[in-house]
Design a protein around this ligand. Structure first.
Ligand code: IPM
Ligand code: MN
Length: 369
């Protein structure tokens, strides 16, 4: 346990500064006057690139690397690109992933009360699973290093290694042990989502999944091909508890999952390595609504709660675990009782009002640390 935890905050572009500000406010409130978290802001992103030519300064990287955790708003602006056409705003997120080896991308998909799912008849409690996206290899590992021949031929290799697969699958099973099982039947379950019937790399993923699964007889192991998975996540989301999958598949099915629980604004994301943790909402920078005070702050606030939970477990700090739980309860109450809904989830409330309600809802901290 540490006295104080240093949090590097990177507000970024578009609505990034608004949602990170909301999260910092809720996190600070949740920990009371104890000043357990020390926040410091660092620049990165597309707007910075426009002004300075550098999207991800070395000083920001160093601050992120040495902080206890990293909280990000959002990054990227359409049209702000490198000479090769790739978006400058993505350099920060993608750079951190590879430089800090943030191999586990944890994306909870949870239907909160008061939020209407586009899936008919789904209520709070019916959808509550976690996508564990492999975040260091797979199809995206080739970014910037594939083959591009005279504008005629392009190739991006799909890389899967025993080491990479083993550690992400183990992570998924360990996570399942901390959860209460799938909503449908209460059983702890890890689903391997792949395309093992077509590609060798996915066959290796499945083979190693099976090997690791044998070490977790208390958790049910099952398989789903990714195309069928998109159908299952729409038809029977309650069956799922933890899903583990390759990088690009995880990218795709996590957006699908988010859509079933109210959209990207309700979807937090944690990117974890053995030494560092990076937390943000799954949504982008939404420049069309930035500065209007109407951005949905829930995704980033929930990412902040994941940050406290991760830090609390890592450092054995009950204060942080308790604060994480109280933030989740505050979100629950804001949605269930106060109808605190932003425009994207069917309401009319602005970010500041929602944030105020969340702060007011925070139950007092447990006295003993
Ligand atoms: C995500 C995003 C990123 C990804 C982009 C912004 C590079 O879509 O975190 O899901 O593709 O991983
Ligand atoms: Mn994505």
């Amino acid at each position: 346990m540490k006295e104080i935890y240093d949090i590097a905050v990177v507000p970024g572009d578009g609505i990034g500064p608004e949602v990170s500000k909301a999260a910092v406010r809720v996190l600070t409130e949740a920990l009371g006057s104890t000043a357990v978290l020390r926040f410091a802001e660092y620049p990165a992103g597309a707007e910075l690139f426009q002004r300075t030519g550098d999207s991800f300064p070395a000083a920001t990287f160093e601050a992120c690397r040495s902080a206890d955790a990293i909280l990000h708003g959002a990054a990227g602006l359409p049209g702000v690109v490198h000479p090769d056409g790739t978006e400058a705003g993505l350099d920060f997120t993608l750079g951190l992933r590879s430089k800090l080896d943030l191999y586990a991308n944890v994306r909870p998909i949870k239907l909160w009360p008061g939020v209407t799912s586009p899936l008919r008849g789904r209520e709070v409690g019916d959808i509550d699973y976690v996508i564990v996206r492999e975040n260091s290899e797979g199809l995206y590992a080739a970014r910037g290093s594939g083959v591009f021949l005279r504008g005629e031929v392009a190739m991006d290799p799909l890389v899967q290694t025993r080491k990479g697969i083993e550690r992400i699958v183990r992570f998924a099973f360990e996570l399942a042990r901390t959860r209460g099982g799938a909503p449908a039947d209460g059983r702890r379950r890890v689903t391997c989502c792949d395309k093992a019937n077509v590609l060798r790399s996915y066959a290796l993923f499945r083979e190693i999944f099976s090997e690791v699964a044998r070490g977790y007889p208390d958790v049910e192991a099952e398989y789903a091909l990714v195309d069928a998975m998109t159908l299952h996540l729409v038809r029977q989301p309650s069956h799922y508890d933890v899903i583990v999958t390759e990088n690009m598949f995880g990218d795709i099915i996590s957006d699908l999952g988010a859509a079933t629980v109210g959209g990207m604004g309700m979807a937090p994301s944690a990117e974890l390595g053995d030494g560092n943790g990076f937390f943000q909402a799954s949504h982008g920078s939404a420049p069309d609504i930035s500065g209007k005070g109407i951005a949905n702050p829930y995704g980033t606030v929930l990412a902040g709660a994941m940050m406290l939970d991760w830090l609390g477990r890592r450092h054995g700090d009950r204060r942080l675990l308790d604060a994480a739980r109280r933030i989740e309860l505050a979100v629950h109450d804001a949605l269930a009782q106060r109808n605190a809904l932003s425009g994207d989830i069917g309401g009319t409330m602005g970010s500041a009002d929602i944030t105020g309600i969340l702060c007011a809802n925070l139950a007092p901290a447990a006295s003993a640390a």
